[in-house]
Ligand binder design. Structure first.
Ligand SMILES: NC(=O)c1ccc[n+]([C@@H]2O[C@H](COP(=O)([O-])OP(=O)(O)OC[C@H]3O[C@@H](n4cnc5c(N)ncnc54)[C@H](OP(=O)(O)O)[C@@H]3O)[C@@H](O)[C@H]2O)c1
Length: 234
């Protein structure tokens, strides 16, 4: 029987690439996003179900998750949706700080809360897409990095809480990946192939993690490009 997954951030970048790998791995996928206009290729997979909603609308999210998971096993939750606002901390707008904290941290906590009982029943997996910023100092990205450090802290504690029920929790820490995440920044991932990641690299990490022997859990997985470069937008 196909396993069932719920993936946030499915409409773009890393989440979209993860959905493609999950499709190859025969998962049924409920992919959450607001705008799927750049993800038409996912629709060709009959196991992909597009779930259009704003994750920041908590009551709508709760209703939708209940609807999806009613009478169904849930094997995998991928918390991938995220937003980034960068710059000197005093220059970031309060509403953008709130969007980062809610999207990058609150939503994964709420989704886990809603689905953990189901994941215990299936000995399921939670993949939290954090960032290398979770473990380092991030001048010009202090708030973004704090949300990712919070997500990583949550993952660690959750694993210790849920491991005895067979639940696996992995934090994935990607370095700069060429996606739309930097739409609000004055920098972006390098165009040089060896100095940036592409979404498919992170999806490959997901395939590796999900293919591991069931007796082991990969709790943290860092993915970096060979070279370190950041490109200033012209
Ligand atoms: N790119 C990098 O360098 C990098 C590095 C480390 C970690 N990450 C993390 O990777 C994750 C994926 O980001 P990405 O790089 O793939 O960027 P992206 O292409 O901008 O994708 C972000 C995804 O989040 C979804 N999203 C954001 N806010 C939402 C909301 N309120 N409701 C529903 N969906 C929402 C977007 O959906 P819609 O567009 O449809 O709203 C989109 O699918 C993020 O958590 C990011 O922090 C990225």
């Amino acid at each position: 029987m196909a396993k069932t997954s719920i993936v946030t951030g499915a409409s773009s970048g890393i989440g979209k690439a993860i959905c493609q790998v999950l499709g190859d791995m025969d998962y049924e996928i409920y992919g959450i996003g607001r705008d799927f206009s750049e993800a038409e290729e996912l629709a060709s997979n009959p196991s992909f179900h597009k779930v259009e909603l704003d994750l920041l609308n908590t009551s709508e999210l709760e209703n939708k998750i209940r609807e999806i998971s009613k009478g169904k096993n849930i094997d995998l939750l991928v918390n991938c949706a995220g937003v980034g606002y960068y710059g000197l901390h005093e220059e970031i707008k309060a509403k953008d700080i709130s969007a980062m904290v809610r999207t990058n941290l609150e939503v994964p906590l709420v989704l886990t809360n809603l689905l953990l009982r189901k994941l215990k029943e299936t000995h399921g997996t939670i993949l939290n897409i954090a960032s290398v910023t979770a473990t380092q100092s991030n001048p010009h990205g202090a708030a973004y990095g704090a949300t990712k450090a919070g997500l990583m802290s949550f993952s660690k504690s959750l694993y210790d809480e849920a491991r005895k029920y067979g639940v696996k929790v992995t934090t994935i820490l990607p370095d700069m990946t060429a996606t739309n995440l930097y739409r609000n920044a004055d920098f972006e991932a390098s165009k040089e192939e060896s100095a940036r990641l592409v979404p498919e690299d992170i999806a490959q990490a997901v395939r590796f993690i999900l293919s591991a022997d069931p007796h082991m859990t990969i709790t943290e997985f860092t993915v970096r490009p060979q070279l370190h470069r950041i490109e200033k937008k012209s």
